[in-house]
Design a protein around this ligand. Structure first.
Ligand SMILES: Nc1ncnc2c1ncn2[C@@H]1O[C@H](COP(=O)(O)OP(=O)(O)OP(=O)(O)O)[C@@H](O)[C@H]1O
Length: 260
């Protein structure tokens, strides 16, 4: 049996009297791509907010590789290895693609201000390592040919990929992706899909919220379906596509289009 990367145990989140999330429990197995789907207002973003420490749940526990992270701040959760990439791009537009990644990698660096100022040997060794890491990340993202371009000159799809690169620079064990395909054209969506596959192959567990059912059905190992704050189904893409409650609540007549 594979290890559990992320476990939600009876999570509820009441907001102004509304049960935005109502007693949900599910596991994200290590090394899998798991998608969280459901109609608008189902509670997906609220669940992400609870997992990543932006909201304190009304009830329940979140654990990451067996360690409780409920009620930790987003910074503490990130330190524990869970990084969230937001739907809105968060790149530095006036910096080159390479400098964006170097800045994100620097945030993980261990040498301090004085070492940097005095350019100590430790600083120079780390600097060389960061440049190598940035190059490896550029190649992983498929952005090596755009390395010296200003981020503001990238297409929307490339900026989204760079945004994920900034999250990867933090070396996550679990990556949360919020609607990665939103606003992407079909070829950008295809590129993004392949990149998510490469992220999984590199050993990072991925949990995503996504409305693009082509993407969800073709890349997910497991799908978790929410409706009105409750978990109504969990299973493989094939299970979910034939689940009558999910079809009624969400997939509806779009089921044919949802097939990978
Ligand atoms: N800060 C808030 N204040 C009031 N109500 C909220 C707040 N956040 C979420 N809600 C409500 O909680 C419910 C769940 O919202 P949530 O954004 O989690 O759904 P979602 O599944 O992410 O929807 P979408 O697909 O539209 O992003 C909705 O009824 C929403 O209006």
């Amino acid at each position: 049996m594979s290890a559990v990367a992320l476990r939600l145990d009876n999570i509820s989140m009441h907001i102004a009297g509304l049960k935005a999330v109502d007693g949900i429990s599910f596991d994200v197995p290590a090394g899998q791509i798991v998608s969280l789907i459901g109609p608008n207002g189902a509670g997906k973003t609220t669940t992400f907010n609870v997992i990543s420490g932006y909201m304190r749940p009304t009830t329940g526990q979140v654990s990451l590789f067996g360690e409780g992270v409920t009620n930790q701040t987003p910074e503490q959760v990130a330190k524990s290895g869970l990084i969230r990439s937001f739907q809105r791009t968060s790149v530095f537009p006036a910096c080159t693609v390479r400098d964006n990644l170097l800045t994100a990698l620097h945030l993980q660096g261990t040498t301090g201000f004085w070492q940097a100022l005095l350019r100590t040997p430790a600083f120079r060794v780390q600097e060389a390592q960061l440049r190598q890491d940035a190059q490896a990340l550029l190649e992983f993202l498929g952005l090596a040919h755009r390395a010296d371009e200003l981020a503001s000159n990238l297409s929307y799809g490339e900026q989204r990929i760079l945004g994920v690169g900034l999250a990867l620079a933090a070396k996550p064990r679990v990556l949360l992706l919020d609607e990665p395909a939103a606003g992407l054209n079909p070829s950008e969506t295809e590129d993004f899909k392949h990149m998510i596959g490469r992220i999984r192959s590199s050993g990072v567990t991925v949990l995503l919220v996504e409305h693009d059912m082509h993407m969800v059905m073709s890349i997910s190992d497991t799908i978790v379906v929410l409706n009105h704050g409750r978990l109504i189904a969990t299973g493989t893409p094939a299970d979910i596509q034939s689940n009558s409650e999910v079809i009624r609540a969400y997939l509806g007549s779009g089921i044919k289009n949802a097939q990978a």
